[in-house]
Write a protein that binds this ligand. Structure first.
Ligand code: DO4
Ligand code: MG
Length: 289
């Protein structure tokens, strides 16, 4: 076992969700069979990576990946999001905005980051489940983002992949409509893998790739480097935890650096595929909600 592990939540024959550890042979060790009750308590341990290493024994049951259903790793964590953390995002927001272009410029350079509420844990969409575009919006995009998983003390204990589905039409009309542009049915997908162990320095070597497929053809591909995120991870997390408590920890999306051209909008049945080379792949089909 190296310096990092990939863990997940999964279902097997429709029992209760179980906690898994990816083995090197594309199989999953059943950590629940080794006594792990849930992911939240595992991430509350003093040293989650050390705990997982201790659990790793040769006699744990292994399930092949194609026999299990991967779930979102979000159990009881609220999901929040940082915005305008990449230059690309700032420029796109300023272009789409009718009246508030200046606000994006100001927040990009301000000491305090933009942080907004994104999703209750029970509303998070898992891998393979549909994400939503609003039926009252004509300009809808996925936002592929690195997600930081924090425990109740505000320590970053893992990394996963998030999709901050957004209506550019509604946000661009008036910045005060941001919650409607961002928080609606099926607007937040997360998972499936959570990587435990890497430092921020290691995570900053990763690349995010977004592909959008329509009718079996790839119609968009874009890429960005995690290292393009302007703010330090701990800086964003420290603002999230200011004057705030998260008894079960929280997930913080770190902003998008990939914005399709202004003539692009998602359609029902599109397939959104987000890959972070250090973590894995999150794929979801699109439906109208
Ligand atoms: O200010 C609006 C949201 C920006 C955002 O979600 C992002 O940059 O990822
Ligand atoms: Mg975003």
């Amino acid at each position: 076992m190296g310096k990092q592990v990939k863990i997940c939540r999964f279902l097997i024959s429709s029992q209760e969700p179980r906690i898994g550890l990816l083995s090197s042979e594309n199989q999953v060790f059943d950590l629940s069979g080794a006594g792990v009750k849930n992911l939240t308590s595992l991430l509350e341990a003093e040293n989650p990576f050390g705990e997982i290493k201790k659990l790793y024994r040769k006699n744990i049951t292994l399930f092949p990946l194609d026999k299990i259903q991967l779930l979102s790793p979000v159990e009881r964590q609220e999901v929040w999001a940082a915005g305008v953390t990449y230059l690309r995002s700032k420029v796109a927001r300023m272009e789409e905005s009718n009246f508030s272009a200046n606000a994006y410029d100001l927040v990009y350079n301000a000491k305090r980051p933009e942080i907004f509420f994104k999703s209750l844990p029970e509303k998070v969409v898992g891998p393979g489940e549909p994400v939503g575009i609003r039926s009252d919006s004509n300009w809808n995009v996925p936002e592929p983002e690195l997600a930081l998983v924090t425990n109740s003390k505000g320590n970053i204990v893992g990394y996963t992949i998030g999709n901050d589905m957004s209506s550019r039409h509604i946000e661009g009309e008036n910045l005060l409509y941001l919650p409607q542009a961002k928080i609606y049915h099926r607007s937040c997908a997360i998972g499936p893998w959570m990587v435990v162990g890497p430092t921020e320095k290691a995570a900053r070597t990763w690349t995010l790739t977004l592909q959008i497929h329509r009718g079996g053809k790839k119609i968009f591909e874009g890429q960005t480097a995690v290292n393009q995120i302007k703010r330090r991870f701990e800086e964003m997390v420290s603002y999230l935890y200011r004057c705030q408590v998260f008894p079960n920890g929280a997930v913080l999306l770190t902003g998008t650096g990939i914005v399709p051209g202004d003539d692009f909008s998602l359609q029902p049945n599109d397939r959104v595929r987000i890959e972070v080379n250090g973590i894995g792949i999150l794929e979801n089909n699109v439906i109208k909600v």
